[in-house]
Design a protein around this ligand. Structure first.
Ligand code: SAH
Length: 384
């Protein structure tokens, strides 16, 4: 049963799950094991199981006192996410996982295999409150923030499945993480930053994935972009701009009414200066909406003036979502758009569109749409 607390009239609010090892930093883990009556060094040992061996099953942690394993399982490894389904497409190179959290909340993550890297697209919230009209998740509204451990466990599961050869294409290593699944990562700021540390810190503190291979994607919460710049991290920042003018952006990305294009680009510049990293500008190209030649020129000019050489445009052909009146632009329009942006001295590439048939492409994640069966528990996959 879900634990819904109707704190806001008419809008159910869900509670955060219980704490898990992956919620804690290294010092907090020592405290947590002491609370269980174990010496502090056990924190390190337990962390190695989770972050280095990708194991959350205490039965296999044979270096722990047998009498304490059940307690450790209960207090540090509560099962947070249960896979409801795995669906593959693109000849097995794309795999979407639908998860159910302990309170019934549904969320999704998508693993994409490329010749040179394996990328996991993770969710930071269940649903999303940003209401971008072309995005399926945006139509759901926000269900709740995910806890740090719920974010991190999506990564552990994918890394383990890859390592163990459970994904088509044979054994592999998870190399890249993009916060481009459900939710607005910078609206769940503290938990997302903690998750980045767990993902990147060297084992046993974290999984040890390079910060340079992590992308945090945002609608453009300008103050949080600056905060992230000041964290001393080296993640890539992606800003979902989608148009260079405020008038249309107010419609495509409603948060623009709070933080204008200029404010977002100034914050992006701050991020680039602080981290030395190029900012990615995401631009979902929508037919007859934001694909005009003059918009390409304006985009290139603005980006060049705000960010100089510290920017790159990622064009995403729109993935039409059910019920949407919008569509992708024709190929020749897209080609001209790319050329015009480049002509302003701004690198521009077109993102490949993975996962379209299984609703796993950019902006198509909308777990609520398949939730009836999942809520009834009809399709539950085996544990771990
Ligand atoms: N809230 C974050 C992460 C969202 S998903 C953000 O907005 O950046 C990652 C990217 O997919 C965003 O750039 C988002 O605008 C884009 N996107 C959403 N719906 C899409 C769609 N239907 N087609 C193409 N891209 C889409």
């Amino acid at each position: 049963m879900s634990t819904q607390l109707p704190l806001v009239p008419g809008k159910p609010r869900r509670k955060m799950p219980v704490k898990h090892l992956a919620d804690f930093d290294v010092d907090q883990r020592k405290e947590a094991v002491k609370d269980l009556g174990l010496p502090a060094f056990r924190a390190d040992q337990i962390s190695r199981h989770y972050f280095a061996r990708l194991d959350a099953d205490t039965d296999s942690m044979t270096d722990l006192p047998a009498s304490k394993r059940d307690l450790v399982a209960e207090k540090l490894f509560p099962r947070l996410l249960t896979p409801v389904s795995h669906i593959e497409t693109d000849s097995g190179t794309t795999r979407k996982t639908l998860w159910r959290a302990t309170d019934g909340t549904l969320l999704e993550s998508v693993l994409m295999r490329y010749p040179d890297r394996n990328t996991l697209c993770i969710s930071s919230q269940a649903g999303c409150g940003m209401a971008c009209p072309f995005c399926a998740t945006g139509q759901l509204g926000l269900d709740r923030n995910l806890s740090t451990a719920e974010i991190v466990d999506q990564v552990r599961d994918a890394a383990k499945a890859l390592r163990d050869g459970e994904v088509s294409g044979g054994p592999g290593r998870l190399s890249n993480i993009v916060f481009m699944g459900m939710g607005e990562p910078l609206a769940n700021y503290k938990r997302v930053v903690a998750a980045v540390h767990r993902i990147c810190d060297e084992p046993p503190a974290g999984f040890g994935i390079s910060q340079r291979n992590i992308t945090v994607s945002t609608v453009g919460l300008a103050p949080q972009i600056r905060m992230l710049a000041d964290e001393g991290l080296h993640c890539r920042l992606a800003v979902s701009l989608h148009t260079p003018d405020d008038e249309l952006r107010n419609e495509l990305v409603p948060m623009n009414t709070r933080y204008s294009v200029a404010e977002v680009l100034e914050a992006a510049r701050y991020y680039a200066d602080k981290t030395g990293r190029r900012v990615s500008i995401e631009y979902a190209l929508i037919r007859d909406m934001n694909d005009q030649p003059w918009r390409a020129d304006l985009l290139g000019r603005k980006l060049h003036s705000y960010l100089g050489s510290l920017v790159h445009v990622n064009l995403i052909p729109l993935n039409p979502t059910p019920g949407s009146k919008w569509d992708a632009s024709p190929k020749h329009v897209q080609d001209e758009f790319v050329e015009r942006v480049r002509a302003q001295g701004v690198p521009c590439t077109v993102r490949d569109t993975r996962g379209q048939e299984i609703a796993a492409a950019c902006g198509q994640l909308a777990a609520e749409g398949v939730s009836d069966e999942a809520k009834a528990g009809g399709a539950e996959a085996p544990a771990n």
